[in-house]
Ligand binder design. Sequence first.
Ligand code: NDP
Length: 257
Amino acid sequence: MSLNDRLQLRGRAALVTGASRGIGAAVAGMFAAAGADVAVLGRSRRDLDSVAATVRSHGRQALVVECDVTDPAQIEASCTTVEERLGRVHILVNNAGGPVFQAPVLHIRDDGWDRVHNLNLTSAFRFVRRLAPAMAERREGSIVNIGSIAVARPWPEIAAYGAAKAGLRHLTQALAGELGRRGVRVNTVSPAWIATAVNHAYIGDPDLSETALDMVPLGRWATPDEVATVVTWLASPAASFVTGADIPVDGGFAVAM
Ligand code: NDP
């Protein structure tokens, strides 16, 4: 079988959270290009419709599902809708996330801490708990959690986010151990310096951008497609013996001094 054949996702259905823009939108488009039907989840209907149009342009089925992933009832309803409309879910990408706010640890309130953990960690746990049993029953599934390089290189004023992403990395590894013999692979992709909305303030200011990129060996911002490529590989049979991994897509930032 050729490498190209092993990268194909034909006959598979994927659920991607936070698919309305940025990395999630790029993942949805690349999955469709590789042959998957894709359910795109997020809060912004208009943005999701546009991503769904990209999926359909590849001749694949797209399903738009409005879902705030911090609400367990919406997660349950979304998963049911996706299973009813697309059938089996073979691939789950827990991508919705972000730092939400910046504050020193001693200034973080309980509700802020909880909000960040709900978004970046608990939502992934709930999606996995809902969808992984059917994957394990069929002995086929790939789960990719989008982490952050903030785990390897803690960053000031986003400790709640870093702690939640560290929890997500641990959850990934625990699940890889628990689900491996049941045919389900679970991996983390940890990006940094990707040109998406969360980094607009840096990218829009040449001085800030230059200072930031001084810390990046490859010396540039990355496109969301550069993350989506790694996620697509992990989701595909090309990564059939890879589970429990945490793959940085950070231009070398994590290992730079
Ligand atoms: P964006 O801000 O561009 O996209 C975030 C996505 O998450 C949007 O689709 C947004 O959809 C969705 N989202 C946010 N809150 C919720 C919610 N409560 N319910 C449902 N969806 C939600 O960011 P990125 O594409 O950059 O980020 C994607 C992932 O990558 C995140 O997990 C982030 O932490 C991680 N990451 C990104 C880095 C980077 O350099 N860009 C670095 C490290 C990690 P909507 O608002 O429409 O609901």
